[in-house]
Write a protein that binds this ligand. Structure first.
Ligand code: AMP
Ligand code: ZN
Length: 666
């Protein structure tokens, strides 16, 4: 095979496996094998740049900055949809349809995905352009960003027209949205408000690598000009599915309006069971011939209708407002409500976001308020029923002092939240920082949880995380709920945490905006806390993914003498404040692999084997889980490990097999 043929073959394979994984959710090969193939392709592309292809599977990771998006006139105008809110609206609509169409009308019923619309152009079966809706006539060219989304095929299955447009919605599933917010909160950033805005905001990010990290999906709902290949909307959806697009299976073909009503009722009740948000359903005349007869108004097709669900709302009384203080000192006002049923749960609290939001809503204690539940983590108040307002209510006076430590609150220019500046003595800030320090992705201290931290702080045994390392049994035993066994576990957990690697310690310090990845990059680049402390603004921004804002935050943290003292104490207790001398890299063959080593080996020692894995970019982990890529087994592999790997379907490689695999490819 020529090089060109080999490259073509791997690309096709990878497109297929990508489709199996992201569209069908039915992978045929392991992540490890996929990564191996991808690595081979990357190596080919690096060696033979003349075969570069913008639709290569390697382009999914993004890269390159876009400064401003090019405006593109849509090949076919993107119309909006007429809205309906009741059965009567739909009955009226059908009457209008029947004036134009003589024969029986059937409909496709689809979900109305709540995201950002996109128009994709395919030429020769390859994605050539992706444009946002814009004003319907022209939009922004966001092709580089769309390429990173795994559910968008870069190359489709024949037969297909030479050129066609296909339309869909970019959405952010709820789990992905919640994950993104968790990370933001851990970094001391404000959470995103809802999945829809986050999805549409993502399309406009300048750095496609950033987009690649977001778990966005593309749901397709119409092929423009499908008449030559399909007779109906329903068939054209099937066709899109065959081409490799993600088209949800929930769509149905309805022969009568009453079947349409059933569909609407079903999804009005079950919308919360979906892994993503919808704001209604879309009903389309099924026959493409009928669609053509019906045509368009100046704004929308006459053959389609959106049916919008009422946002799930409840009305209840605002009893009082409480104020929470986060680990960074940010104040969040929370509405405490008379309990009310909403979308299957009892709601007692709702978010009020910040002082401006309270002023904007003019919400007052005792008001009857409208509560809505969207993709947000907690429900929000969207309005006040003014008709029910009592005459003796007063405007809410936002607090001026910290509810916990009574310091005067500050509000920085341009920031939405008030802050308690009493970083060192404000209890929720103290507790929040320690909780972050011990959390699973930071120091992961076993035997210590949020409640115990509060107990230790309120009993004045600790007031910063360095104090954890001075705790003694004698101090702990008298505490409530502290049996001898749990004291032992706690102390042991604390001692064990001293061997956590530098990057984790760095993350655990809780420097604002320094999340896990940033901590890793900093650790890799500066190698020790001392050189990080010395680093200038310029040196910091030179590191991957570190911008001015993060750099400033790092500098301000380490210019605080109290923080420095704590860091010095951590050092004196033996925490890892230097990166372990990294193994000299040999290849990236095992990059992304989590490997378990078990048993006794004949050619080399366990430590040598571990070193070898690291030198090839792999990671050695101690226990087998579903994330384990494979096990390298020597003689006498532990029986429980053997059983577990068989149960989870993790493959086992012998020492010889493993060595020959890595040698063969080096
Ligand atoms: P609106 O923005 O309320 O005018 O609704 C029109 C938008 O709904 C379209 O631009 C699409 O982005 C979106 N939409 C979501 N799901 C569908 C669907 N199944 N069919 C057509 N449009 C949809
Ligand atoms: Zn305070």
């Amino acid at each position: 095979m020529t090089i060109a043929e080999q490259i073509k073959q791997i690309r096709e394979e990878l497109h297929r496996h990508n489709y199996n994984y992201y569209v069908l959710d039915r992978p045929e090969i392991s992540d490890f094998e996929f990564d191996q193939k991808l690595k081979r392709l990357i190596e080919f592309e690096v060696t033979y740049p003349e075969y570069d292809d913008p639709n290569s599977p390697t382009k999914r990771v993004g890269g390159g900055l876009t400064s401003g998006f090019e405006t593109i006139v849509h090949r076919n105008r993107m119309y909006s949809l007429d809205n309906s809110y009741s059965k009567q609206d739909l009955i009226d609509w059908e009457k209008r349809l029947q004036k134009v169409v003589e024969s029986d009308i059937s409909y496709t019923c689809e979900l109305k995905y709540d995201g950002a619309s996109i128009s994709l152009t395919y030429e020769d079966g390859k994605l050539s352009r992706a444009v946002t809706r814009g004003d319907g006539v022209q939009g922004d060219d966001v092709t580089a960003n769309i390429r990173t989304m795994h559910s968008v095929p870069l190359q489709i299955q024949p037969p297909f027209p030479d050129i066609f447009d296909i339309r869909g919605e970019i959405i952010l599933p709820l789990i992905g949205f919640q994950k993104m917010n968790k990370i933001r909160l851990a970094n001391g950033e404000e959470p995103y408000r809802n999945p829809r805005n986050t999805a549409s905001g993502s399309l406009k990010l300048q750095d496609s690598r950033e987009v690649a990290k977001r778990p966005l999906e593309c749901m397709l709902y119409s092929i423009v000009g499908a008449q030559t290949l399909a007779n109906t909307q329903f068939e054209s959806l099937e066709l899109a599915r065959k081409w490799g697009f993600k088209v949800p299976e929930h769509n149905i073909l309805a022969r009568t309006l009453s079947e349409v009503f059933e569909f609407i009722e079903h999804w009005d009740h079950h919308r919360n069971d979906l892994p993503y948000e919808i704001d209604g359903v879309v009903i389309k005349v099924n026959s493409l011939k009928h669609q053509e007869q019906l045509g368009y108004t100046s704004k929308s097709p006459r053959w389609a209708m959106a049916y919008k669900f009422q946002a799930e709302q409840a009305i209840t009384i605002l009893e009082h407002i409480s104020y929470q203080v986060g680990r960074t000192g940010a104040i969040t006002p929370v509405a405490n409500l008379s309990p009310v049923e909403l979308a299957g749960t009892t709601v007692k609290r709702a978010s009020l976001h910040n002082a401006d939001q309270i002023a904007k809503l003019d919400v007052r204690i005792g008001d009857a308020v409208f509560v809505e539940k969207g993709g947000e983590i907690i429900p929000k108040i969207v309005g006040v029923d003014m008709a029910q307002r009592k005459s003796d209510t007063l405007k809410v006076e936002y607090i001026t002092h910290c509810p916990e430590c009574h310091s005067l609150l500050l509000r920085h220019e341009g920031e939405a939240h008030h802050y308690c500046p009493n970083v060192d003595q404000c209890p929720p800030q103290i507790i929040g920082r320690i909780e972050h320090f011990i959390s699973r992705k930071a120091m992961d201290i076993e035997g210590l949880g949020g409640e115990t931290v509060t107990l230790l702080v309120t009993n004045q045994l600790i007031d910063n995380y360095a104090d954890l390392y001075t705790l003694t049994k004698a101090q702990l035993l008298p505490l409530e709920r502290m049996a001898a066994k749990s004291v032992d576990n706690l102390i042991e957990g604390i001692i064990k945490s001293k061997s956590q690697p530098f990057q984790r310690v760095l993350f655990a310090l809780g420097i604002r905006f320094v999340g896990e990845t940033v901590a890793q990059n900093l650790a890799k680049h500066f190698k020790s806390i001392d050189s990080l402390i010395q680093a200038s603004q310029e040196e910091l921004v030179a590191v991957d993914d570190i911008g001015e804002r993060i750099a400033e935050s790092v500098r301000s943290f380490f210019s605080d003498s109290k923080q420095l003292e704590i860091v010095n104490r951590l050092k004196s207790y033996g925490l890892q404040l230097e990166a372990q001398e990294a193994a000299v890299p040999i290849s990236t063959l095992l990059q992304g692999c989590n490997i378990v080593v078990s048993g006794v080996f004949k050619n080399l020692s366990r430590d040598q084997l571990k070193l070898l894995i690291e030198q090839h970019g792999g990671k050695v982990v101690s226990s087998i889980s579903s994330k384990t890529s494979f096990v390298v087994a020597g003689e006498n592999m532990g029986p429980s490990k053997l059983e577990k790997s068989q149960k989870l379907g993790v493959s086992i490689k012998s020492e010889d097999q493993f060595l020959s695999e890595i040698n063969a490819e080096v």
